[in-house]
Write a protein that binds this ligand. Sequence first.
Ligand SMILES: NC(=O)c1ccc[n+]([C@@H]2O[C@H](COP(=O)([O-])OP(=O)(O)OC[C@H]3O[C@@H](n4cnc5c(N)ncnc54)[C@H](OP(=O)(O)O)[C@@H]3O)[C@@H](O)[C@H]2O)c1
Length: 300
Amino acid sequence: LTIGRVLITGASGQLGCDLRAQLGDNCEVAAFGRQQLDITDDEALAAAFEQTRPDTVVNCAAFHNVDVCEREVDRSFEVNARAVKRLADNCAAAGARLVHLSTNYVFSGDRTEPYTETDLPMPRSVYAISKLAGEHAALAYDPRALVVRTAGLYGLGGSASKGGNFATRMLERARSQDSLQMVADQRLTPTYTNDLAGALIEAIDRGTTGLLHLTNSGECSWHEFTEAIMELAGVQIEVRPVPTKQGTGAVARPLNGVLAQRAAGAAELIPLRPWRDALAAYMEAAGLLVAERAGGAVIT
Ligand SMILES: NC(=O)c1ccc[n+]([C@@H]2O[C@H](COP(=O)([O-])OP(=O)(O)OC[C@H]3O[C@@H](n4cnc5c(N)ncnc54)[C@H](OP(=O)(O)O)[C@@H]3O)[C@@H](O)[C@H]2O)c1
């Protein structure tokens, strides 16, 4: 790999864990969770650069609870935008390259076709606005930055300690309820952080710069995603499709959150596998796959 020494921030999160694991054997990695490095602490950040002298910095840290961000505006911009500018400044000064993660939520989701990298963002929440500001900060202050927008992340690490990821939360709910309900009008491509980590490493290794969309392939609604989770886990439960609640204080989420991966295609990066295959791989790795499916033997 040509990535050199890598500094990972937010390394205890879902993506951070997988990235650290995949890079670990191939290059020198300094992985800082929030306890070791708060990216909003300018002095701590400068010290981390001094100590690790990175060639590549991957910022996996974010404040991304959409509902909490709506109430905590200053903190959202502090973590998702101002700290990213400082990371970019430090990278530019040290000759390192910043790789920063962003979100499909930068789009309004009002149209039906997937969004490409050149479509105009129209964020509709504090979280999304602060993430879009972070993208601009990365690209403006580090000329070699790579910004990767992704969607619907789940993985083995990270969030497990904070009530789990979407799949584990839904399975937990299914244990205590007779039926589930899930929005059927919001579409996305759920993405396995293990797959995203591999794709990120490929993109970084190939020297890709600028803005890139990276998700697993295909698309589904949150309702279809939930049904797939239940089916793979062998849980028999009705999942009732419901419409998204709009207005009345609800934070806006894009109905169409599907990202077209035009730049990745143009750069001839290997496309990520379909979301359903990735979900099955995750469920197997997490020990959540129903017994008759585990090991690849699907009994119908
Ligand atoms: N999750 C998704 O569905 C999704 C979708 C699209 C894009 N993204 C983007 O993808 C990236 C990775 O997401 P993820 O799902 O891996 O998130 P995650 O599991 O929540 O990891 C983020 C990590 O950042 C840490 N963090 C928060 N504030 C910090 C600070 N000030 N300094 C240092 N670390 C801090 C968090 O620590 P604490 O746990 O202690 O707060 C957490 O460990 C983020 O940029 C996110 O915006 C995520």
